[in-house]
Write a protein that binds this ligand. Structure first.
Ligand SMILES: [Zn+2]
Length: 193
């Protein structure tokens, strides 16, 4: 795929930006400061050649990472990863940026997990806590407590390795979480008073 802004790398190594036409910055959505190469941030674009309708530091609100190593395909245009989520979805828990999409991609790899989950963020005393209620796959329910404990441990371990954050996991029965169309409804943030 190719467009006015970018072209997909022929070696499948990400997306190359046409740097002669666009200035690309990857910024921390909270502080507006550039993030180091390789770290996730918000894509911000400035057009360099458009005269009629220029964009100046336009916040796309998509999240990506800048890849600084030379590309296998030989192109020297700056390279970013495929878009990993929207910065508007981001939740900050104990100073760590958490994206519902990251949680979703971890859960999708676990066969016992069904299609629905809910993220609940709370503040208990001075500390933020994050809990994920996860619907189990219909076939995965076991009445053996030890099976359920082992599954919880497996899920929270997988989440921790991706988020660098301890996440409480609550397994719920298939069909017990509210259904909604909007992705944003997946997050309940009880810290906003
Ligand atoms: Zn390339």
């Amino acid at each position: 795929m190719s467009g006015p802004l970018f072209t997909e790398c022929s070696e499948q190594c990400g997306i190359h930006i046409w740097a002669d036409k666009f200035l690309v910055e990857i910024l921390d959505p909270e502080t507006g400061e550039p993030v180091p190469d390789g770290e996730s941030g918000e894509l911000v674009i400035t057009t360099l050649t458009k005269e009629a309708l220029p964009l100046i530091r336009y916040r796309v609100r998509d999240l990506t990472r800048k890849l600084s190593e030379p590309c296998r395909c030989g192109r020297t245009h700056p390279r970013i990863t495929r878009i990993s989520g929207r910065s508007d979805d981001m939740i900050i828990v104990r100073g760590i940026n958490v994206f519902p999409g990251q949680i979703e991609s971890v859960l999708m790899k676990i066969p016992e997990v069904g299609n629905h989950f809910m993220i609940i963020v709370d503040r208990i005393g001075p500390l933020d806590s994050i809990k994920v209620q996860i619907e189990m796959h219909e076939s995965a329910f076991s009445d053996k407590m030890s099976d359920m404990m082992a599954l919880k441990k497996k899920i929270s371990g997988a989440l921790k390795s991706v988020l660098s954050l301890a996440v409480e996991v609550e397994l719920v029965e298939h069909g017990s979480l509210p259904r909604s169309e909007g992705k944003s409804k997946k997050v309940i943030d009880n810290r906003k008073i």
